[in-house]
Design a protein around this ligand. Structure first.
Ligand SMILES: Nc1ncnc2c1ncn2[C@@H]1O[C@H](COP(=O)(O)OP(=O)(O)O)[C@@H](O)[C@H]1O
Ligand SMILES: [Mg+2]
Length: 245
């Protein structure tokens, strides 16, 4: 069991502030309302799990927070920087320096070893940790010189996490990181995320449709039809290795 982070302990600005965030996709005759006025503050170091059925707007929200997409209306701030009015070059810098992304599929380069996949990022980062440290943080120090094809799905996902954290981002955004994994590999991946959040104090947002994972989080947000319909804090955090589904 772990201590839940107390937002009162952090007197600073929230890391993220979203105000009235709306996203409408025009689809020919109809408009798809992916987000309908989302308000959200995220505290530094917080471990957030985002739950919701398929199509509820989870990925859209995460992509907007990560600067991969822009809302139709509303404002998004990262610290004191307004992302919704930022120039493309500022957004690029923001994505490159401040945000790490992890997706359901690992997108590793097959002809590069685990270490070399992580190096691709550390070579272009301003303040990276070594690829060795990043891989060690996700429990892969023994597998650094393996190619993706020589690694299990869970190990490949941990390489992807090492790659995302190697630049020491302030926030790590994960969209269904265990979606393609069986429970055993999934739990090891969750342990890696938990460890990163504890060790580096990285603000962590994890999308999942697996409600069992919510027990690990400081805070659980539920989306339905583009709106936040649930926002609760866990009294205690359950360790990843205790999670079952
Ligand atoms: N690029 C897009 N173009 C059109 N509609 C989209 C696009 N991306 C998402 N949507 C729609 O927006 C809604 C929310 O999608 P999404 O954020 O991907 O949900 P979730 O991640 O919760 O499954 C869905 O109805 C989806 O079909
Ligand atoms: Mg999604």
């Amino acid at each position: 069991m772990q201590t839940v982070k107390d937002p009162q302990m952090d007197n600073g600005l929230p890391v993220f502030r979203a105000q009235g965030v709306t996203k409408i996709y025009p689809m020919g005759e109809v408009q798809v309302h992916a987000l309908r006025g989302v308000d959200l503050d995220l505290v530094r170091g917080e471990f957030l799990v985002l739950l919701g059925h398929s199509g509820s707007g989870k990925s859209t929200l995460l992509n907007i927070l990560g600067g991969l997409d822009t809302p139709t209306a509303g404002r998004v701030f990262y610290l004191d920087q307004e992302l919704t009015t930022a120039e493309e070059s500022e957004l690029t810098r923001y994505r490159r320096r401040s945000v790490g992304f992890v997706f359901q599929f690992y997108n590793l380069i097959p002809s590069l070893t685990a270490r070399e996949n992580v190096e691709l990022v550390t070579e272009i980062s301003r303040n990276p940790m070594t690829p060795e440290r990043a891989l060690d943080l996700v429990g892969l120090s023994e597998r650094m010189d393996h190619f993706p094809a020589q690694l299990s799905g869970g190990e490949q996902q941990r390489v992807a996490i090492a790659r995302a954290i190697a630049k020491q981002p302030d926030v790590l955004l994960c969209d269904e990181p265990t979606g393609a994994l069986d429970i055993t590999s999934g739990v090891v991946v969750l342990e890696a995320l938990e460890h990163v959040n504890d060790e580096l104090d990285t603000t962590l947002a994890v999308i999942t449709h697996n409600a069992a994972i919510a027990a690990m989080a400081d805070r659980v947000l539920t989306l339905a039809d583009g709106q936040i319909v649930g926002d609760r804090r866990n009294e205690t955090r359950v360790a990843a290795k205790e999670i079952q589904w």
